[in-house]
Design a protein around this ligand. Structure first.
Ligand SMILES: [Zn+2]
Length: 339
């Protein structure tokens, strides 16, 4: 999640690098039915997320396609069908996550989004459910993971006392946990998030957490953004940690910069630890744009794309991996999937 109000800045960045607007088809013929797992979706409403406003599309500046909060779910499901997204990790308040799941059983994994600030804290934008509530949801089969952990937005350190019991819970229950890393839109500190500080998004600060919980199933959301050296260090030291490419892929940073970062991870040998995510927030139209961010990477082989779009997330989430789809399999519609 990148929070709102970032439209114009990103638009300028994209126009400046001349990418993302080339009018290429979203997917080439051989890839048209590549199966996808999206590990970074959100169940948001305009009312809860943006005070009832409909923030403009973050790279075009146009009004969002969704006119109502119900449209966000409908358009998300349409995009999932169009792009062969088998399952999405759905992050939000559990109330909204469960409401979406009720409308589309078997399409989503339920993840709880929170910042570390308790609900009793009036500054909390993303209030934190109690440990008892999360335990109960998990025991009832209604919770598959934790995240997005949005602590950098709300002045909470990864390794602080607020989040310590939640990382311990994830370790105890063997739950995957996704953590927001990196930057957000310029001047966030003067708009949404007065407690935001750059340094809190550095994935290096996950080191003490990971050292305390061997094998913690953590993923670094937004691939560590500008902190690529920190990200490489964490990936090297903790082989169970994965990254997602959410928001970076749809153009929160210039396409060339994203591809350079992706190439950096691939050449460092981490092609099996990179997962696709869209970070669609209230703009389901970003999903196709995010997919194109991967498809357009000239250095990726078909197998590497398949790993990023599907197999790496399947392995991370405990789903069966599937073979690289072939043209013949695509034509027959024979590519297998867990759903
Ligand atoms: Zn985020």
């Amino acid at each position: 999640m990148l929070r709102t109000f970032l439209a114009l800045v990103v638009l300028v960045a994209l126009v400046g690098c001349g990418s993302g607007q080339r009018g290429e088809p979203a997917r080439n013929e051989s890839a048209v039915n590549r199966p996808i797992i999206d590990v970074h979706m959100h169940a948001f409403t305009f009312e809860a997320w943006s005070n009832g406003n409909r923030p403009p599309h973050p790279t075009t500046g146009k009004p969002p396609e969704a006119k109502t909060s119900a449209d966000i779910l409908r358009l998300t499901l349409e995009a999932m069908d169009r792009y062969n997204i088998k399952v999405g990790v759905l992050s939000g308040s559990l109330e909204t996550v469960h409401a979406w799941q009720a409308r589309a059983p078997d399409r989503f994994f339920a993840f709880a989004l929170f910042s570390g600030r308790p609900a009793s804290d009036t500054r909390a934008h993303d209030p934190t459910p109690s440990l008892d509530l999360l335990r109960g949801e998990h025991a009832a089969g209604l919770l598959q993971g934790l995240g997005e952990i949005t602590s950098p937005y709300e002045g909470v350190d990864y390794d602080g006392p607020e989040l310590a019991p939640y990382f311990a819970l994830a370790a105890e229950l063997n739950l995957p946990i996704g953590v927001h890393t990196g930057l957000t839109f310029p001047e966030a500190v003067f708009t949404c998030c007065p407690q935001y500080r750059i340094e809190r998004g550095n994935p290096l600060h996950l080191d003490p957490v990971l050292a305390r919980h061997r094998g913690l199933r953590l993923y670094i959301m937004h691939m560590g953004d500008i902190w690529q050296e920190s990200t490489l260090a964490i990936l090297h030291m903790y082989p169970q940690v994965y990254v997602d490419v959410a928001a970076m892929d749809w153009g929160a940073i210039p396409r060339g910069q994203f591809h350079a970062m992706l190439h950096h991870l691939i050449t460092a040998g981490f092609g099996k630890r990179i997962m696709f995510g869209s970070d669609q927030m209230v703009w389901p139209e970003l999903i196709g744009q995010a997919i194109e961010g991967i498809e357009s990477a000239p250095f990726l082989t078909d197998e590497e794309k398949h790993d990023i779009f599907y197999n790496n997330a399947a392995r991370f989430l405990g789903l069966p991996e599937v073979p690289v789809p072939t043209m013949r399999a695509v034509r027959r519609g024979a590519n297998s999937s867990p759903h």
